[in-house]
Structure formats: structure tokens, C-alpha cells
Design a protein around this ligand. Structure first.
Ligand code: MRU
Length: 352
């Protein structure tokens, strides 16, 4: 049993570095890796050593600091150019989770402010403070999401989740899993069904690991079993995370989420999305505009070093899909619950 899960952390002060759990090794091995070069941070995000929308954003914020360490910061223009270049490079790692771009924009904005208002010797330390603030705020948001979400669940209920929206995908407590952890803290016993989540198995490798670590009753299923589980009335709610939510509530999340929402509707089961408000992208009107990451064919044909398809076959491997707002019962955020899901309700939550 792991006492406290630290998905990622900054070690030391200005000469320090980023340390993160290499999630590709779980559940067999709990191993940390050090990121001392900007290329290490980019590679860790790209290859899903660190993954999950909020965790990617936090890693990118610290990544700006890693990228600035190589040379001293003295001249204002050089400082801003370097922040801009490092942010631009990290932005190419993964396209779908808006939290990455949100965190990079926040770091750039802070750098612009520091460049005019602070002495050069403060620039790096204050940017590191900003990254730490993003990290700390995520902790608080996850706990608030859990409190709002746990109210929607009942003692001895069956729930289904997809991919991993737990501590590993955030600072420590998760979004969808925070709802389950908080319900458990309140004494509600849940039975959580976990989709395996092909092709990279974030459900079986990460979510099942987190839930069993916490002693929550957990049953793993293949993705294709969800319909049968619903038909047998084993689950009374579905809760997932989100990677980007458009202004109208259309939600991108791990591939397979849309199918689950369709199934939930067909079985009259509420489908909840749990996400911090920095997952909303109000610059886009609907889900059609969300960029969907397409990943390597080998993830499907050679998952975990075992060939499972013939050499010549064509493969399509979108990593995310978009669930229309009409299929989402509520969006659970740190500011409250959006229900019904509409552009007006989302706007009013974000401005509250
Ligand atoms: O490809 P991944 O593992 O980064 O995908 C993660 C998900 O789809 C999560 O559900 C989402 O980021 C929400 S995490 C709180």
C-alpha cells in the first residue's frame, strides 16, 4: 500500500528538477524518473509517462522552469523569447488536453508581468512559484470536485469509470476518482467497475491500481463488456474525467467515452463528467473543433511488446473522442455542478 501518491514534484529550489512517476511502468513497478532537460519533460508527456489532462498541465508548468535553467536570465527580451520558445516546444507534445495550453499560457502571462515588474534575479524563482501555485490549486480543485460529486452517489451503488482520472492524472486525488474517494471518506461503500481502456490500458493498469490501493471494491471489465454490465443493472452511474470541454459542453475524453455515454443513455443511467474549470475551452463553440490526437499504430498492433495483428493491416488509433453535451447528465467542477449542461449554465458557472 502506497501512503501518499505524488504523481509529480519539484525537488529542491532554483537548481532543482522535476521528478515524476513513470506511469508506463505501473502497476508492476512504482518507479520515479527525473526530468532535468526540457527534452525529458517533452518525452515524458508524449510517451504518457505523465498523462491525464491536469497532470500534463502541471508538468508543463514545471517544464518551463526546466527549460529556463540552462542559461542565466538577464535581458528582458531574451527571457521572454526563451519562455516563448520553451512553451512552444512543450505545446507540440500532445494536442487534445487543453490544460496543457492553459498552463503554458498562464506561465507566459506571468513571465510577461515579471519582465516589467520584477528584478531579473527574481524571474526564475517567481516562475517556479507560479508552477507550484498551479500544482497546489489543482490539489484544492480535486478535493472540491470530490465533495460536489460525492453528493450525487449513494451508499452501495455500482459505478463505472473509463481510463484514469485519478491521483495519477492530477496532483494527487483525481477528478472522477476523487468523487469515489470522497464518497468512501463519507462512509458510502461503492462498487467501481473499471473499463480496461484499450489500447494503453489506463483503466486496468492505473485506475484499478489506485482503487485497490485504497481498498475500494473494484471490478475490472474489458471495454466491450460495459453494455452487458449496464443491462444487468450492476451500475447506476458513470463518472469520467475530461480533456477538453467546449463552450456548449461537448466533452473530449479518452477514446471509448462517447460509446459509454451512448450506452448510459440507452440504459437510463446518468453520465457524469468530473473536471476542473480549466478544462473548459470557451474559445471553441462545440466539440467538432476539438483537436483529436491520433497515435501510433503500434499501440494497437504491438501493445506492451506483444504483436496482436498481422504486419500489413491498416490501423486507425484516435486517442480521444467527443461526447455530445446532450448525453451528459452533469459536469462536476470545483465551483459546483452544471446541470443541465448548456452554454448558458457553463458561462454562469465560470463567471460565478
Ligand atoms: O491519454 P491519457 O491517458 O492522457 O488520457 C487521459 C484521459 O482521457 C483522462 O480521462 C482525462 O485526462 C481526465 S484526467 C483527470
Amino acid at each position: 500500500m502506497v501512503d501518499k501518491l505524488e504523481t509529480l514534484r519539484w525537488v529542491g529550489n532554483e537548481e532543482g528538477h522535476l521528478v515524476l512517476i513513470d506511469q508506463t511502468k505501473l502497476p508492476v513497478e512504482l518507479r520515479e524518473i527525473e526530468c532535468r532537460r526540457i527534452e525529458d519533460v517533452w518525452e515524458a508527456i508524449k510517451s504518457l509517462r505523465i498523462r491525464g489532462a491536469p497532470a500534463i498541465g502541471i508538468a508543463a508548468a514545471y517544464g518551463i522552469c526546466v527549460g529556463l535553467q540552462a542559461k542565466p536570465l538577464i535581458v528582458q527580451k531574451d527571457f521572454l523569447d526563451r519562455v516563448h520558445d520553451v512553451a512552444g516546444y512543450l505545446a507540440t507534445s500532445r494536442p487534445t488536453a487543453v490544460n496543457l495550453f492553459w498552463a503554458l499560457d498562464r506561465m507566459k502571462k506571468t513571465a510577461r508581468k515579471l519582465a516589467t515588474e520584477a528584478l531579473p534575479e527574481r524571474w526564475f524563482a517567481d516562475l517556479l512559484e507560479e508552477a507550484r501555485a498551479i500544482h497546489d490549486e489543482d490539489r484544492a480543485m480535486c478535493h472540491a470536485i470530490g465533495s460536489f460529486g460525492a453528493e450525487l452517489l449513494h451508499h452501495e451503488q455500482g459505478v463505472l469509470t473509463h481510463c484514469n482520472a485519478g491521483g495519477l492524472a492530477t496532483s494527487e486525488y483525481g477528478t472522477a476518482l476523487s468523487v469515489f474517494f470522497t464518497a468512501q471518506d463519507q462512509g458510502k461503500l461503492l462498487h467501481v467497475f473499471v473499463d480496461e481502456t484499450r489500447p494503453l490500458l489506463q483503466g486496468s493498469r492505473l485506475t484499478a491500481w489506485e482503487l485497490t490501493q485504497r481498498g475500494i471494491k473494484t471490478t475490472l471489465i474489458c471495454d466491450s463488456m460495459a453494455a452487458q454490465v449496464m443491462r444487468e443493472q450492476r451500475v447506476q452511474a458513470v463518472v469520467t474525467g475530461a480533456d477538453r470541454i467546449a463552450a456548449n459542453g461537448d466533452t473530449a475524453n479518452k477514446i471509448g467515452t462517447y460509446g459509454l455515454a451512448v450506452l448510459a443513455k440507452a440504459h437510463d443511467i446518468p453520465f457524469y463528467v468530473a473536471a476542473p474549470t480549466n478544462t473548459f475551452d470557451m474559445a471553441i463553440t462545440n466539440g467538432k473543433e476539438i483537436p483529436i490526437e491520433v497515435r501510433a499504430a503500434e499501440e494497437v498492433t504491438h501493445g506492451f511488446n506483444c504483436q496482436t495483428a498481422p504486419d500489413e493491416v491498416n490501423v486507425y488509433n484516435p486517442a480521444f473522442d467527443v461526447t455530445p453535451a446532450s448525453l451528459i447528465h452533469s459536469i462536476i467542477t470545483e465551483k459546483g455542478v452544471v446541470n443541465p449542461v448548456s452554454i448558458d449554465a457553463i458561462r454562469s458557472l465560470l463567471t460565478s
